[in-house]
Ligand binder design. Structure first.
Ligand code: LUZ
Ligand code: MOS
Length: 762
């Protein structure tokens, strides 16, 4: 069967009817208890005394857990063991868990939490990454990527531009908050439902906390109501708390975080501060780029070192720059540990090079588009980390220019701006390039388990976690395509550490690639055996057998033997109808001592044209259109991919223009509700998202020549920042607008009416 590429998102009917199962839809077993965490009220200090007496006497409270109750190790750090589950003597961020109250109802647990008192001797609070770096308070030693020789290259530069940039954090705002439900099983084992992107990481952390072997912890996930990276590492703490209480009490324990707790307790996208220096020759070719990144890691490592390295990988975005020196510091501050967020440090790196180009264009008084276009990477050009590009950058850019008629667009904007005094339009191009593979090579592996039952129906299990991105639909497409059967014959199981072990997180945009390859391998192995069965049944040569639309064919001609009969024949002949397969991405490698290698299976490219209209009286704006050419390879499912692209664009625009994470100087989150933290709604989404796929057809180690789609589109949203900047400059050409994202209406207004240059804060 050729692949049915127009398959709908498998979950669409159940989502529409409200029947899909999330953590809170799992029926509660009688006797279920409810936990609520007590988090540190201050950001930094030494705990003198914890007063639990009043809380423990509250009605319906069963027990209060602290670090003293941990039979295993009080440690949940993933990359570096620097994060306790419960504070012992020291707190280092506001909301850091200190205790876990378990009661017969959530309300009772919450009431008891309000009665906990803690005496903490406060210590100085650092929230600024540059201050942490000056104190040498780093999570890991700094890293530097180098290509060519920047020091020598400055001599070839006619223009040298320097500035500082800031990008803020971003709240994940998955619709389903963090949560977990732990159930006691026989012989000390524990079954855990968790809203996690990383079932194995959750299992490992629970094992460490409870002291039970991993085989005694089963983690199961049906789906998440969104993850965006927020549940790659930060689902583990809540699961561990529930499992710890379950282990002690031998009762089911559930904890599902209310929105404000979720916002206060969990880390976000990393804010970055950066300094750049960019050099161009007389032909607008970028000759040299130096950049220093200060990552605000928060109080513990979490995934920050991996995020930091992706910032370096993407620091030249989709441009070829022959001389680069990029240094990155992961700075320890007293904020909740910041974590994975769609793009994983890549967007923060890409913003800086785009800012550098914008500043160069403003200095030279030419459109940024000319510098961008002149420097797009070509196939064979080297990224600063040594990998050679197989580039679609020019193809995407050129297709966008012609398809969307850039000359007419610019003319229209020019006319509009000439005609309107208090309303200006701005346009920016945002080309992207994103490397696909976990940068940590070992994570690029996946497994699948396929059973064919005697009625011909198929059970499919992978390590992929469905979080709305449609990975389950794609996995079913792969199995149905290899077997050439109707997709309704295939059922995908909940993701479970019992069925698939040692899974990598569903992350890095690579979930469909990795798990899809494993599904393809498992189904192909079963099909190989079925070929022999069919040959025997039909007394034909196995080489002449093919499968199409549920029928066995000989030399391309259909026979009467159909899938169900074939399966039964295989069973009767005692041929295995099950397969477990393992896939590991070939060819990728990276040498950390040299900072060189071939870390990515391939890159995803694309170009966005973003057009905005700015109300120059009020500083308010709308994004009129985002016009895209996106390289999806041979998309497996254009409907799902379109959904991912539209969502990514809007999420990126939110990060760049309106979402403002605010911590005060004491490290307390001020934007801790949805009335204080503005996310894009339907009114702030672009009026138009035009999308054209660039169909490419390389074998790039993904499934069926498709390309990954999860993270890359977020970075198109960066274009909204620069389009707005251009609109401000159309009104106030001498404005010195700091590169300080998000460009909220307030900051837009300050740019519109700025008389003197201001300085970047922080
Ligand atoms: N997670 C991770 C990721 O552990 N490694 C990565 O390289 C990555 N990239 C993007 C998103 N999540
Ligand atoms: Mo992620 S940022 O969990 O791919």
């Amino acid at each position: 069967m050729a692949m049915t590429r127009d398959t709908k998102h498998l979950d669409a009917p159940a989502h529409t009817r409200g029947e899909s199962i999330y953590l809170d839809d799992i029926p509660l077993i009688s006797g279920t208890l409810f936990g609520v965490a007590f988090g540190s009220p201050i950001a930094h200090g030494n705990i003198r005394e914890l007063h639990l007496n009043e809380a423990i006497q509250c009605p319906d409270v069963i027990r209060i857990f602290t670090y003293k109750d941990i039979p295993g190790e009080n440690q949940i750090g993933g990359i570096i063991p620097d994060e306790p589950l419960f504070a012992e003597t020291h707190v280092h961020y506001c909301g850091m868990p200190i205790a876990f109250v378990v009661a017969t109802s959530e309300a009772a647990a919450r009431h008891a939490v309000s009665k906990i008192k803690v005496d903490i001797d406060p210590l100085p609070v650092v929230t600024d990454p540059r201050e942490a770096q000056a104190n040498n308070d780093l999570i890991v030693p700094p890293r530097t990527f180098r290509l060519g020789d920047t020091t020598a290259a400055w001599q070839d530069c006619v223009h040298i531009i320097e500035a500082t940039t800031e990008t803020n954090g971003q709240e994940h705002l998955y619709i389903e908050t963090q949560g977990s439900y732990a159930l006691p099983q026989e012989n000390q084992a524990i079954r855990v439902y968790s809203s996690t992107q990383a079932p194995t990481a959750t299992q490992r952390v629970i094992s460490k906390i409870t002291g039970l072997a991993m085989h005694a912890i089963d983690v199961e996930v049906t789906r998440l109501g969104g993850g965006f990276g927020g549940k790659e590492d930060q689902a583990n703490a809540w699961a561990a708390m529930c499992a710890l209480a379950c282990r002690h009490l031998r009762a089911p324990v559930k904890y599902s975080l209310p929105r404000t707790d979720d916002m206060v307790f969990t880390g976000k996208r990393h804010p970055y501060s950066a300094d750049f220096k960019l050099g161009l020759d007389a032909d607008q070719k970028i000759r040299a780029y130096e950049v220093t990144f200060y990552q605000n890691a928060g109080a513990a490592a979490d995934l920050s070192p991996a995020v930091l390295e992706r910032t370096l990988f993407h620091c030249t975005n989709t441009y070829y720059i022959p001389n680069v020196r990029a240094t990155a510091y992961s700075c320890r501050t007293h904020l909740p540990p910041n974590t994975a967020f769609r793009g994983f440090g890549g967007p923060q790196g890409m913003f800086v090079i785009e800012a550098a180009i914008a500043k160069a264009a403003e200095t030279l008084d030419i459109p940024a588009i000319e510098i961008q276009r002149a420097n797009l990477i070509c196939s064979g050009d080297e990224f600063p980390y040594g990998q050679k590009a197989v580039s679609e950058a020019h193809a995407c850019w050129q297709k966008a220019e012609t398809l969307y008629d850039i000359d007419t667009l610019q003319e229209e904007i020019g006319e509009f701006n000439a005609k309107h005094r208090l309303s200006k339009k701005g346009l920016a191009f945002m080309p992207i390039c994103f490397g696909i593979s976990f940068t940590k090579t070992l994570l690029n592996q996946a497994r699948a388990l396929v059973h064919v039952y005697t009625d011909g129906s198929v059970s499919l299990s992978t390590g992929a976690v469905e979080m709305g991105q449609g990975v389950n639909s794609k996995m079913i497409q792969v199995a149905a395509t290899v077997f050439s059967i109707d997709p309704t014959l295939v059922r995908i199981q909940a993701t479970s550490t019992q069925r698939i072990a040692n899974t990598s997180p569903s992350a890095a945009s690579a979930t469909a690639d990795l798990n899809g390859k494993a599904v393809e391998m498992a189904c192909t192995a079963i099909l190989q055996r079925l070929r022999s069965v069919a040959a025997a049944e039909l007394q034909a040569n196995p080489e002449s057998i093919t499968f199409l639309d549920g029928l066995v064919h000989i030399d391309g001609i259909p026979t009467v033997l159909h899938w169900k009969q074939l399966i039964m024949a295989a069973y009767i002949r005692r041929v295995s109808l099950s397969e477990h397969s393992h896939y590991a991405t070939p060819q990728i490698h990276f040498d950390y001592t040299k900072e060189k290698g071939h870390p990515f299976a391939y890159h995803v490219y694309g170009t966005a044209i973003v057009i905005v209209t700015l109300d120059c009286l009020r500083g308010r704006y709308t994004v009129d259109a985002v016009k895209l050419v996106h390289d999806a390879g041979a998309s497996m499912n254009p409907t799902i991919d379109r959904g991912q692209i539209e969502g990514g664009v809007v999420q990126g625009i939110g990060w760049m223009t309106m979402e403002e994470v605010v911590y005060d100087e004491k490290g307390r989150l001020r934007s801790n509700t949805l009335s204080a933290y503005k996310v894009p709604d339907i009114y702030s989404a672009p009026a138009e998202i035009a999308l054209e796929f660039l169909h490419t057809d390389h074998d790039n180690l993904a499934v069926f020549r498709s390309k990954a789609v999860g993270e890359p589109p977020l970075m198109y949203g960066i274009g909204a920042y620069f389009a707005l900047r251009n609109a401000i400059l159309a009104f106030n050409p001498t404005a010195q607008i700091p590169f300080d994202a998000p460009l909220t209406p307030e900051k837009a207004l300050m740019g519109l009416y700025q008389k003197q240059p201001t300085h970047v804060a922080g």
